[in-house]
Design a binder for this molecule. Structure first.
Ligand code: SAM
Length: 297
């Protein structure tokens, strides 16, 4: 009997996803989140969505797609996009960027408000690492107007980031002194857990935000960290995004992308500073002419 609901005996791991079903799902994910699940990602999509099928007790992908179509609340679409995001991150990841922040960005901070955006912050390790560097480097930080905005499309990640509780493995790479200073360690049963200190947490505003949609904030930001996020987008989407970041940065502000990402093949106006670090600097008249193909004397 072909039942809509899966029975206890459904072997989810033997389920197949047809090319048409894969294309339907990847099309939706692209449309909503800009994530480019191209050919070859079928197994990944299948493996991650099995969780949703099992949760909804649906016996195959055809029924899942029907469920998606019928769900007018959009809730399942959100849940689907959430499980299809890749959230790998860690404290002090690509630490050259944090060295750059310490050595080149912070020393030039003005006395006015300073805003930094971690766009695609996953479970929070990136904005917390930035906050730790700020606390380490700015002695009067308590009386300064310095804030970090940390956003991500994933509800799961936002929840974890807001909690700011990490297991021993996650904080393993942190220098012991920083761990001692900025985390409160305790035990939940036999499991060690490390909670980010309230002073660090209070500097960060976490908000769910899909980079493909309207952005409610105005900026301007001193620095935008959008690292290891654009790698999941296609070139036109990346180009649009770096252009939108441009308008959110203050003149002279910095854009950090992941080390495996680069703006080299994108149309943009940033000045390249060092691998994966760019600056918003208005091009000189000569540069503008060069770009427009007008020869100078
Ligand atoms: C690999 S993590 C990178 C985390 C952190 N920036 C780092 O470099 O360690 C990529 C994050 O981008 C988020 N993401 C993907 N598409 C997004 C979108 N359209 N809007 C906002 N966040 C998105 C994912 O949810 C994921 O948490």
């Amino acid at each position: 009997m072909d039942s809509e609901l899966a029975g206890n005996t459904t072997d989810y791991y033997s389920l197949e996803i047809s090319l048409k079903q894969f294309e339907k799902i990847s099309g939706l994910v692209y449309q909503i989140a800009g994530i480019d699940l191209h050919e070859g990602k079928e197994e990944l999509v299948k493996a991650r969505l099995i969780k949703r099928l099992r949760h909804l007790k649906l016996s195959n992908f055809e029924r899942y797609i029907k469920y998606l179509n019928d769900d007018k609340s959009g809730e399942e679409l959100r849940a689907m996009v959430d499980v299809l995001t890749t959230n790998k991150t860690n404290f002090f990841r690509e630490s050259e960027h944090l060295d750059f922040l310490r050595d080149k960005v912070i020393p030039n901070f003005g006395r006015g408000p300073i805003r930094i955006w971690s766009a695609g912050c996953s479970s929070g390790e990136e904005p917390y690492s930035i906050a730790i560097v700020l606390f380490e480097e700015i002695p009067d930080i308590a009386i300064r107007d310095i804030r970090i905005l940390a956003t991500d499309i994933s509800d799961r990640m936002m929840e974890k980031a807001r909690k700011g509780i990490y297991d021993g493995e996650a904080v393993k790479t942190l220098p012991p002194l920083l761990k001692q200073k900025y985390f409160e360690s305790s035990y939940a049963g036999s499991r060690q857990q490390n909670k980010v200190s309230p002073m660090i947490q209070s500097m960060i505003s976490f908000a769910k935000l899909n980079l493909m949609e309207e952005w409610p904030m105005r900026g301007p930001f001193e620095a935008i960290f959008c690292r290891n996020v654009m790698i999941y987008f296609d070139k036109p989407t990346q180009e649009r995004l770096v252009g939108r970041f441009w308008s959110m940065l203050r003149e002279g502000g910095y854009l950090f992308v992941g080390h495996s990402e680069s703006l080299t093949f994108l149309k943009h106006e940033y000045r390249y500073l060092q691998p994966a670090v760019y600056q918003k600097v208005k091009p000189s008249e000569a540069d503008q002419k060069k770009r427009a193909g007008i020869k100078g004397k």
